[in-house]
Design a protein. Structure first.
Length: 236
């Protein structure tokens, strides 16, 4: 990839472009971010499923929760904290107590019949580094979109201003839905899981016990390091 702007047009022949996108996520030095409106393509799971504590952190923003398809005969690969992957997916707060402002979605508003929450298409590779990569355009990060559809993407390398804007927007959307995703997943737990969860206090720990969750190599420590170890403009 050369610095500057490189256009990528679809349809393409073969898996080359989608493989490149997957490697951008897997080969990031510190952090990668990606929006996925139609699920996680197999090529991403193949590359990231063996990631461990020495791997970069990845943020996946999904239209819906990634879970096994009962009709599929393929073994389900679920990426999670063990693979250094944070996931959030489109969801809303169903409890009336928390709906100070009524929530809705694109499908309910009849703005889009295919997706309700996530239809942005962009990928960020080390957005806070001195050499960030932004991929954005109309193509979803899937085989049908890159090989069958008429789409266009821009690969922007080395433009820190563009990377800052896209990273800010990604975080705005991701953390809006991350809380809702956790709330939805917690609500669906079985009774035993809920019982164990209820035994954990929700109040702030007044001791230093909370720091155990931020030990070196932990996912939470890496999440903090994304910002605390960002490369400043002065070092460029």
């Amino acid at each position: 990839m050369k610095p500057g702007i490189t256009p990528i047009f679809s349809p393409r022949g073969g898996p080359g472009v989608l493989d490149m996108y997957a490697h951008m996520v897997d080969d990031a030095k510190k952090v990668s971010c990606i929006t996925l409106a139609f699920g996680i393509s197999e090529v991403f799971k193949t590359l990231l499923k063996d990631n461990a504590t020495n791997s970069p952190i990845a943020f996946f923003l999904l239209e819906k929760q990634d879970k096994p398809n009962p009709k599929s005969k393929k073994e389900f690969v679920g990426l999670n904290a063990a693979n250094n992957v944070y996931k959030a997916w489109g969801s809303f707060l169903r409890d009336p107590l928390y709906q100070w402002t009524k929530e809705t979605n694109a499908k309910a508003l009849q703005l889009n019949v295919h997706v309700s929450y996530i239809h942005s298409k962009f990928l960020l590779m080390d957005p806070l580094s001195k050499d960030p990569v932004v991929v954005t355009g109309s193509a979803n990060f899937s085989a049908p979109s890159t090989n069958d559809n008429d789409e266009n993407m821009l690969l922007i390398r080395g433009n820190r201003r563009v990377a800052d804007i896209y990273f800010t927007e990604f975080n705005r959307i991701f953390y809006h839905y991350y809380f809702r995703s956790v709330q939805e997943a917690t609500f669906k737990r079985d009774e035993e899981e809920k019982r164990k969860s209820d035994q954990q206090t929700l109040f702030l720990d007044e001791t230093d016990g909370w720091t155990k969750k931020y030990k070196p190599g932990s996912l939470k420590r890496k999440r903090v390091a994304v910002f605390s170890q960002m490369e400043s403009l002065d070092s460029a």
